[in-house]
Structures are given as structure tokens and as C-alpha cells.
Design a protein around this ligand. Structure first.
Ligand SMILES: Nc1nc2c(ncn2[C@@H]2O[C@H](COP(=O)(O)OP(=O)(O)OP(=O)(O)O)[C@@H](O)[C@H]2O)c(=O)[nH]1
Length: 265
């Protein structure tokens, strides 16, 4: 009656389902035992389903917590990237602002503000370490008539060309900048009057040889230059005044020349 490949449960079901076995004295206890077993199995099944459900709920919670943390991490790294980007932008903007506040937009040379800053520093250095320095004030001759004859735009072009010569001719340690209008200032650290005069003579000659072309027309320009050396006890503006006086002398003496400031005795 019982096949060997049948499970114990199947065999019992078959035994208890067969009415012929009811008269067997073991039938009732076996039926009871089977009922108890099935009840127990149902309970175990329920408990394990509850446990499974609880486990998957916990797993789900864990998963969603991990997902939430990952999402927050992704958002944080995005915010960090954006913040880095803005910091770089601010840095570049600051550099551009500093560059703009220190440079002349037409010629690209340092402006009066930068020149004054460096001049003050150089005066302090000269005072402290007893080191020489000189400055040269350079002015384009009869610039008004260049503007009047050829127009303001061309006047601007001459300013740019003169700036290029200046920038190319000054030495590494020197600083040249636009003092204002058609006037330029060259700062020559570690340089006495005589040496400064040599450098400026080279610059004067290079500018005199400059030819600015406009279509068929050509323009040339000359410059007058006043050179002054820092004197002990001088303020930076005293040195500027001395260079200005020398420049005025150069203008009055016929232009296209260099005059040196007379050292205070
Ligand atoms: N094109 C142009 N002209 C300028 C600029 N700044 C100043 N100027 C002109 O430069 C001229 C300077 O003229 P003045 O100060 O009379 O001197 P100058 O004609 O050079 O004569 P001297 O200095 O005596 O040789 C003025 O006409 C200004 O308008 C500029 O940025 N561009």
C-alpha cells in the first residue's frame, strides 16, 4: 500500500483516508497525532512567514537607508563640486579685478596706481638699505597735434606703439607704466642716474625710430624724458617732482631729448 518513494505525510494521509483502517486500534491515536502535527506545522509555517516578512521589512529598511545615505552623499559631492567651481570663479574674478585695477586698459601697461605702489615700496627699500633707484618721466612730444591732424583713434594707436617699445626695451627689473595721458613713467631699481640715463637714451632712440602706419600715411613720434635719482631723505613725490622738473627742461630745450635732475646739494 505504501510506496517507498512517497513522503511520510503522503503515506499517513493515505492510511488515515482509507476507511478500512478505522477499525485498527492505532487509527484514533494516529489521527490525533497527525492532527497535532499538522497544527504544529501550520503554526511553524505562520511563524516562519512572519519572520520572513519581518526580515524582508528590515532588509527593505536597511536598503532604503543605504539608498538615502548614498543619495545624500551624491548630493553632497555635487554641492562640493559646485562650491569648488565657484571658488575658482571667484579666484579668477579677483585676479581679473586686481589686474584691471592695476593696468591701463588701452596699453596694457601698469597704471598710475601700480606705479605709485611700486614707487613707495622702492623708496622704502632705498631708505632702509641705502640702495639707489631712479625714475624717468617720459612724454610724447606735440601729441596734441598728432591727435588734431590724424584723429584721436590714431593718437591712441601711437600710444599703444610707444608702450610696446617701452615694454620691449626696459630691463627685466624695471617697471614701466602709463602715468596718464601721453605721459609714461619708468622705474629703474638698483640704478643710479647715469645708468638710468643710458637706458632711457636707448628708449628715446627706439621710439624716435618708430613708424606708425595708417593706410598710406606714416606717423613718427619723439619723446622728451626727465630722469631723477632718489636722494636720501626724499619722499617718493620729491623724486617724481625732480623728474617732472627735468622733463620740463627737456621740453623747453627743444624736445626729443633727455634731461637729468640736478642732485640736491
Ligand atoms: N588719443 C589720445 N590722446 C590723449 C590721451 N590722453 C591725452 N591725450 C591728448 O594728449 C594731448 C596732450 O597735449 P599737451 O599736454 O598740450 O602736450 P603736447 O601736445 O604733447 O605737447 P608737448 O607735451 O609740449 O610736447 C592732449 O591733446 C590730450 O587730449 C589718450 O588716451 N588718447
Amino acid at each position: 500500500m505504501t510506496g517507498t518513494n512517497k513522503s511520510l505525510e503522503e503515506q499517513l494521509e493515505e492510511l488515515l483516508g482509507d476507511d478500512a483502517n478505522r477499525s485498527n486500534p492505532l487509527y484514533a491515536p494516529l489521527e490525533n497525532l497527525w492532527a497535532t502535527h499538522r497544527d504544529l506545522a501550520r503554526r511553524i509555517d505562520r511563524i516562519s512567514r512572519i519572520s520572513d516578512a519581518y526580515q524582508s521589512l528590515t532588509k527593505e529598511k536597511e536598503q532604503s537607508l543605504t539608498e538615502r545615505i548614498n543619495k545624500q552623499l551624491r548630493q553632497l559631492s555635487k554641492v562640493a563640486r559646485i562650491s569648488d567651481h565657484y571658488q575658482k570663479m571667484m579666484h579668477d574674478l579677483n585676479l581679473a579685478l586686481r589686474e584691471a585695477s592695476n593696468h591701463d586698459p588701452l596699453t596694457g601697461l601698469g597704471n598710475r596706481r601700480l606705479l605709485l605702489e611700486r614707487l613707495k615700496e622702492e623708496t622704502e627699500r632705498a631708505r632702509r638699505y641705502s640702495r639707489p633707484f631712479s625714475i624717468a618721466m617720459l612724454d610724447i612730444d606735440r601729441f596734441k597735434s598728432i591727435n588734431d591732424e590724424h584723429g584721436h583713434e590714431l593718437g591712441d594707436q601711437v600710444l599703444v606703439e610707444v608702450s610696446r617699445v617701452l615694454d620691449a626695451e626696459v630691463r627685466e627689473q624695471d617697471l614701466c607704466g602709463r602715468w596718464g595721458g601721453e605721459e609714461f613713467l619708468v622705474l629703474l631699481p638698483e640704478t643710479g642716474l647715469e645708468k638710468a640715463a643710458q637706458v632711457m637714451e636707448r628708449i628715446r632712440s627706439a621710439i624716435a625710430g618708430l613708424v606708425v602706419r595708417i593706410g598710406e600715411d606714416t606717423i613718427s613720434a619723439t619723446t622728451s624724458i626727465g630722469v631723477a635719482e632718489y636722494q636720501p631723505g626724499f619722499s617718493y613725490s620729491d623724486t617724481i617732482n625732480q623728474a617732472d622738473v627735468a622733463l620740463l627742461l627737456a621740453k623747453r630745450s627743444g624736445r626729443d631729448r633727455i634731461e637729468l635732475a640736478v642732485a640736491a646739494s
